[in-house]
Design a protein around this ligand. Structure first.
Ligand code: F3S
Length: 306
């Protein structure tokens, strides 16, 4: 997949005594999130325009970005009822198709920023249903991306006796009475190991198992790069929303390898005391952290370490 942020350069300060600052090989916004941000900013009202522009739910799990979008004229609508007119932007996680239909019915302009990799999961789920498979989604129940996939797996997929089911772990799969033809798709942020365990649990019970591996590499690339860097650094800074699951997971991975790990949302939180005697400072950021936020953190660390 293409990546818009793969900053590998070690940035040594020109002062002999200053620590080395290094950004993880994969850090910050993934392709789909950056694309959604760009689409939202492109849809923002121009000066003097009175058009209402809203994202349907927070565009990404990063309060600073949500605030910056609001400053650019892109507001937040929790539901379609909050967006009476104008434009709604569908976030990278995607939605059930009925939401887009309802937005059109209300006369709203829809900017669909669903990540193309998530769209692939929708298309795969729809095809499996058409071909008579009982669809299983490996993922986190209730997650907006998973809800969107379910919505594409059949009209009644969100009903109590749903045709499609969500499985988080192998233990969940063992509890289901799956048989016949089962088709499996995967929430994009799942791990290959969890998928393998679920597949192993389902396989003995079904006549046919068709697995469409829809995992996106962005999450695992960031986690592996964070672990590699944290192992080499004596201080790690993780930049991104405290409400972002993938950023919190990066902070945990870094803390496991580097005791002096700090999770910040913005550069102003950085504290000079964190870097006392540090020789090698690592920086990483979740898939919902724009490149500028990483750059601001680097600049501030350089100032603090002067
Ligand atoms: Fe898309 Fe992968 Fe990011 S599915 S939103 S590029 S994590």
């Amino acid at each position: 997949m293409s990546e818009n942020v793969t900053n590998t350069a070690a940035t040594a300060s020109d002062q002999a005594t200053a620590p080395t600052i290094e950004i993880a090989a994969h850090a910050g916004t993934c392709y789909g999130v950056q694309r959604a941000l760009d689409m939202a900013l492109a849809a923002a009202p121009q000066a003097g325009e009175s058009t209402q522009v809203h994202t349907l739910g927070p565009l990404i799990h990063n309060p600073i970005v949500v605030r910056e979008l609001a400053e650019a004229g892109v507001g937040l609508a929790e539901t379609l009822d909050d967006a009476a007119s104008g434009t709604v932007i569908i976030r990278a996680h995607g939605v059930v198709p009925q939401v887009i239909d309802a937005a059109h019915d209300r006369g709203l302009t829809v900017v669909d920023a669903t990540c193309p990799y998530v769209k692939k999961v929708h298309v795969a789920a729809e095809r499996l249903v058409r071909e008579g498979y009982h669809v299983v989604v490996v993922g986190e129940p209730g997650h907006p991306e998973v809800e969107g996939i379910l919505g594409h797996a059949g009209d009644d997929a969100l009903a109590v006796n749903s045709a499609a089911v969500v499985v988080s772990w192998a233990a969940d799969a063992n509890a289901l009475s799956l048989k016949g033809k089962v088709g499996l798709v995967v929430q994009t942020t799942q791990t290959a190991q969890n998928l393998a365990e679920v597949v192993a649990a389902i396989t003995p019970h079904v006549q046919e198992l068709r697995v469409i591996n829809t995992i996106c590499a962005a999450t695992s690339e960031r986690q592996q790069a964070a672990a590699t860097l944290a192992n080499r650094c004596d201080c790690m800074v993780v930049v991104g929303g405290k409400n972002s699951g993938n950023t919190r997971r990066l902070a945990q991975i870094c803390a496991d390898a580097c005791e002096r790990t700090y999770h910040i949302e913005e550069a102003s939180e950085l504290d000079a005391a964190w870097f006392t005697d540090a020789r090698h400072i690592g920086i990483t950021a979740g898939a919902s952290t724009p490149q500028e936020h990483i750059e601001r953190a680097v600049t501030r660390i350089k100032e603090l370490c002067r």
